[in-house]
Design a protein around this ligand. Structure first.
Ligand SMILES: [Zn+2]
Length: 898
């Protein structure tokens, strides 16, 4: 039977990588202009071009050539230029679950304006893909995914086998998500450049095609062969029509076609064999020797991951739910502004950007982008919260009372110590000459205050001594208003703040300070304790963590470990000849910072002597492009001091202690981790991934040769046997390893390297991350595993603080305590709340982290609900209760009843 060679012209366009964005864009503009010229040329047989699956490239082009918008639109409508479905080619593991959904939502939304979208889940270069991708794609109406990494084809016999040593014999396979959703998976078994630079000349073409046809046929399950005509930043091959003429003449048994993914996948599906191998869940290159997985991009330039976690949390866990609550209270939903913030953030999500595997200029520009997203998010949250507070009836405030509204933007009720700067007294410049105000405020006697709830009950609180500071208001209808305020830090325990809701408190002047707290710092034993846990510190900074409910204890957690790293931004390679240096047995200096019933803060400092860098051999190995696996350099004999300052915080209501490590990093070429030896002997562990708490084996497959076996995580990783478990939640620390010998979770907090590490030598001195670096995490103990015990709820709430707003006493349409949405389900994980892109329905998303099905009830008064896809398309009728299948991602739409 005649075979068809589908030639798809493309260029894989990393927006920034070994060159900064603007330099890569210069070449991209050239590529686009040449492509358009090719299509416009009379009689030119150039048929189609695939624009790398990311619509952001159109924005990059139109910023320079806005006049070409219509021509490009026409080419897309005529199915010559293929765009979408993503906004950017993101890294799949280092961007949040919701960021992965928004990437598809926004990419498809933008594609719509151009008339046609290439509906293929395109992951050409992605460094591994999360297991729920088939479910997300399926919900988005996409039934095929194409990827370059993550699984290994076995080729040779082309026989389908269930034997475990086979991943897939073919480049085509069925890829299944944990919930059972499947898509057709296409592996670029010979990479996405297997049809690059096709010769026109007969002799060269013969040589080329003899090899390339053989390579493709080795893995293809059908007579439809795929040749990707392009590579990274590949200029256009204008001679494709001529090259196809040559090939057609030389190989009469083949049809050569200048094709597209639309045409190729249609032909492929019609020709597929009855049985294809099913690949389940995560694609992480686990069946390779482990030297090229690129997993250690998870620890390259950790500051970027921290920034990203901050911005993602700000947008998806605070800004969107808050704006949705404002919308339910009758306000407008600033959809376009939110989309703009998401787009700005997603420009940092491409795989070479968020992975920290580019040159220094790229990552410097990313920091600026993160800063701008953070600025937008902060002003947005501040204004949304103020507008909501304005609608709340606070007229019940006692005489002189200052109303404080505590808002919970998450999907779970929260108990948390809230810290808020409160303006106790304000004098505007319009009221007094500004030079006189500070003295006037300072002279006034400090009033005592008590904090009460709406029922008048006194709440445990602590008000620090006030200071006088300058401030200003930006009224909606007037010029800015300057003032001086007497302001003070208020801390209090906000109990049972309803999910998607708020509670009002009043700070009321009184005769004597009731509920003020005493400092208990006279007691200097190295113990921290609250209602849930007791932590006993040892001299070396390690600690025994006891769960008070059952008195079970984990011993000697929190060892720091420093190892030489002679790898690069992509891969860790341990330096030869020296064991890791740890803080085990090295005394730290301790100091209590705070000790009150609301909060205990303990600081301890280590000074660790470590090699200053790798030895001299590394520079030579880098220069000679020695692959990381082959490097033999060790650590320098010259040393320096690594100062590690750890602050441990335990507040009332916290289920486990929180840690902030500040590192003064003066060393190069090394990796620092914190170790949690649990002593648990298990085969498997769990880690937070996209819409999944993934089960992963502790030990690698037999093919694995790399002594390092690190993994990606989103927010936490967890080890548990059937009785007890330990979960470490983090703020943007996305790499961990399980050391099976003593059941240790090893969390990477810093990795210092000095080169990019692909196809040449690109020095990246800033990837050494020298100077002050920080890392934050929280440790939870629980019964059984993180899913069964529902400890994931606490882990997901780490670093998603309650929002406290000071407002005035006024009437309002909303009650002083309110919950906008009620929901009930044993064990669903909440993910997002927003208003739909195309209509005014409120959309809330959860996922089921367990294999068993669960039921979900959710309601907003006067709203009916329906089940929707991730693209906010209704899939069934209204119901009071929904069955959520094991591992299902469920989105409910809430529509006002008419
Ligand atoms: Zn790439």
């Amino acid at each position: 039977m005649k075979k068809t060679a589908h030639i798809i012209s493309h260029s894989h366009w990393d927006r920034e990588w070994y060159l900064p964005f603007e330099k890569h864009r210069y070449y991209f503009i050239k590529l686009m202009n040449e492509m358009i010229a090719q299509f416009k040329e009379e009689g030119n047989a150039f048929q189609a071009f695939h624009l790398d699956g990311q619509t952001v490239l159109l924005e990059d082009y139109f910023a320079v050539h806005p006049e070409n918008r219509e021509i490009v639109k026409q080419l897309i409508e005529e199915k010559k230029l293929y765009i979408g479905p993503w906004y950017v080619l993101q890294d799949a593991f280092l961007t949040s679950s919701e960021a992965n959904v928004r990437n598809l939502q926004i990419g498809l939304h933008d594609s719509k304006a151009y008339g046609h979208v290439s509906k293929i889940g395109y992951f050409p270069d992605t460094f591994g893909i999360y297991g729920q991708a088939p479910q997300l794609l399926k919900q988005a109406g996409i039934d095929t995914a194409a990827f370059g990494r993550g699984v290994k084809p076995t080729g040779f016999n082309n026989t389908v086998s269930d034997a475990p040593e086979y991943e897939s014999p073919y480049s085509e396979m069925i890829w299944s998500a944990p919930d059972g959703s499947t898509v057709l998976g296409i592996l670029f078994a010979n990479w996405y450049s297997n049809g690059n630079e096709i010769p026109v000349d007969d002799v060269e073409a013969k040589k080329f095609w003899d090899q390339k046809l053989r390579d493709a046929e080795k893995y293809a399950s059908t007579n439809q062969l795929l040749f990707m005509n392009g590579c990274d930043h590949q200029p256009l091959q204008k001679t494709i029509p001529q090259a196809i003429e040559t090939a057609s003449r030389l190989y009469p048994d083949y049809t050569f076609k200048h094709s597209s993914f639309d045409e190729y996948t249609e032909a492929l599906k019609a020709a597929l064999p009855e049985k294809l191998q099913v690949i389940e869940g995560e694609l992480r290159n686990q069946r390779t020797d482990g030297w090229s997985t690129l997993v250690n991009t998870a620890s390259s330039r950790i500051y970027l991951k921290q920034w990203n976690n901050h911005c993602q949390t700000l947008l998806e866990k605070i800004a969107e739910p808050l704006a949705s609550m404002g919308f339910l209270a009758g306000g407008a939903y600033p959809r376009e502004y939110l989309r703009f913030m998401w787009k700005s953030l997603m420009k940092n999500h491409p795989h070479d950007s968020i992975c920290g595997c580019s040159v220094d200029e790229v990552h410097r520009e990313m920091v600026t982008r993160f800063e701008t997203v953070s600025q937008m998010g902060e002003v947005f949250v501040q204004e949304q919260a103020a507008a909501l507070a304005e609608k709340i009836d606070t007229s019940g405030a006692p005489e002189g009372g200052i109303p404080l509204v505590v808002m919970n933007t998450t999907g779970w009720n929260k108990n948390e110590v809230v810290t808020k700067i409160v303006d106790l007294e304000k004098v505007y410049f319009s009221q007094m000459h500004f030079e006189q105000i500070p003295a006037h405020l300072q002279e006034r006697e400090m009033q005592a205050y008590k904090l009460v709830d709406v029922a008048g009950k006194i709440i445990e609180s602590e008000l620090e001594n006030p200071v006088v500071e300058f401030g200003y208001d930006l009224p909606e209808d007037k010029f800015r208003q300057s003032f001086f305020a007497k302001r003070a830090k208020l801390s209090f325990f906000a109990e049972d703040i309803p999910a998607f809701g708020y509670k009002t408190f009043y700070l009321v002047p009184c005769q004597e300070s009731a509920g003020q707290l005493k400092d208990h710092s006279a007691d200097d034993s190295l113990v921290m304790e609250n209602e849930y846990v007791r932590i006993q510190f040892h001299e070396d900074g390690t600690y025994d963590l006891t769960n008070k409910a059952d008195s079970k204890t984990f011993y000697h957690l929190g060892i720091y470990e420093d190892t030489g790293d002679v790898g690069n931004e992509y891969m860790f390679k341990e330096a030869e000849g020296q064991d890791p240096i740890t803080t085990k047995g090295i005394p730290a200096e301790f100091r209590f910072i705070e000790k009150t019933p609301l909060r205990t803060e303990l600081e301890f400092t280590h000074t660790l002597t470590i090699p200053v860098s790798a030895d001299d051999q590394l520079a030579d190995e880098r220069n000679r492009l020695i692959w990381h696996k082959e490097r033999r350099s060790g650590r320098s004999s010259e040393t320096c001091v690594l100062t590690l300052r750890t602050v441990v915080t335990l507040e009332k209501g916290m289920k486990g202690p929180a840690f902030k490590l500040t590192i003064d990093n003066q060393a190069a070429d090394h990796r620092l981790r914190v170790l949690f030896p649990t002593g648990l002997q298990t085969e498997k562990h769990q880690a937070d991934s996209a819409f999944e708490i993934a089960n992963r084996p502790n030990a690698p497959e037999k093919e694995w040769e790399n002594p390092s076996f690190c993994h990606h995580q989103q927010r936490f990783s967890s080890l548990a046997d059937d009785k007890i478990g330990l979960t470490v939640a983090t703020d943007g620390l996305q790499e961990y390893e399980i050391l099976p010998a003593d059941g240790t979770i090893a969390l990477t907090v810093l990795r210092s390297t000095a080169e990019l590490g692909d196809w040449g030598y690109f020095p990246t001195p800033e990837a050494q991350c020298q100077g002050i670096q920080t890392a934050e995490w929280q440790v939870f103990m629980h019964e059984e595993d993180v899913v069964t015990s529902k400890a994931f709820v606490d882990a997901y709430q780490y670093k998603v603080p309650l929002q406290a707003i000071q407002t005035s006493a006024h009437e309002g349409t909303l009650p002083a305590v309110h919950q906008f949405v009620e929901w009930e389900s044993e064990g669903l994980a909440w993910s997002s709340m927003k208003v739909a892109e195309e209509c005014d329905d409120v959309m809330i998303r959860w996922f089921n982290p367990a294999p068993e099905s669960l039921s979900l009830k959710a309601s907003i008064p006067d709203f009916s609900t329906y089940k929707s896809t991730i693209l906010e398309v209704q899939t069934n009728e209204s119901s009071d209760q929904y069955d959520v299948a094991g591992y299902e991602i469920i989105t409910l739409g809430f529509q006002p009843k008419r």
